[in-house]
Design a protein around this ligand. Structure first.
Ligand code: FES
Ligand code: FES
Length: 140
């Protein structure tokens, strides 16, 4: 196919069989919702995490992406990566990690940036829903 040289097979795999597509209940206090857009192209990504409020562990992840193949592949990949991590470890994932793993070309770097931003936005939303006293902290 014409795009075989542009897209690494891992991108195509995640694009054709995206993992963890769907939604979690936005109203659940343990669910964080991240909604971010890419100014460069207008694409939008929603990433939701279900967090264990005792440990900060991400128990479930769902995403919906209205964007290009690289954005869909990036979000699918990060859902696999962050499930089982604590929110603090998930926050350490950068778009460079994602882009490297998917061998994204430079012109597609902003697509993986969307995934990094979506994780941070989801964690921030989760944190903002919790009372400071009950939110676990990395030092706890
Ligand atoms: Fe939409 Fe690039 S133009 S993701
Ligand atoms: Fe914009 Fe992929 S998210 S080109």
């Amino acid at each position: 196919p014409a795009n075989a040289r542009l897209y690494h097979e891992k991108v195509i795999d995640h694009y054709e069989k995206p993992r963890n597509v769907g939604s979690l209940n936005k109203k659940d206090i343990n669910v964080g919702t991240g909604l971010v857009g890419a100014p460069a192209c207008g694409d939008v990504m929603k990433l939701q995490i279900l967090v264990d409020d005792e440990t900060g562990e991400i128990k479930d992840v769902k995403f919906k992406t209205f964007g290009c193949g690289s954005a869909i592949a990036s979000s699918s990949l990060v859902t696999e990566k962050i499930k089982g991590l604590t929110v603090w470890d998930a926050m350490k994932i950068t778009n460079v990690d994602i882009a490297k793993e998917l061998s994204l070309p430079p012109v597609k770097l902003h697509c993986s940036m969307l995934a990094e931003d979506a994780i941070k936005s989801a964690v921030n939303d989760w944190q903002s829903k919790r009372k400071p006293k009950t939110a676990p902290s990395p030092s706890a």
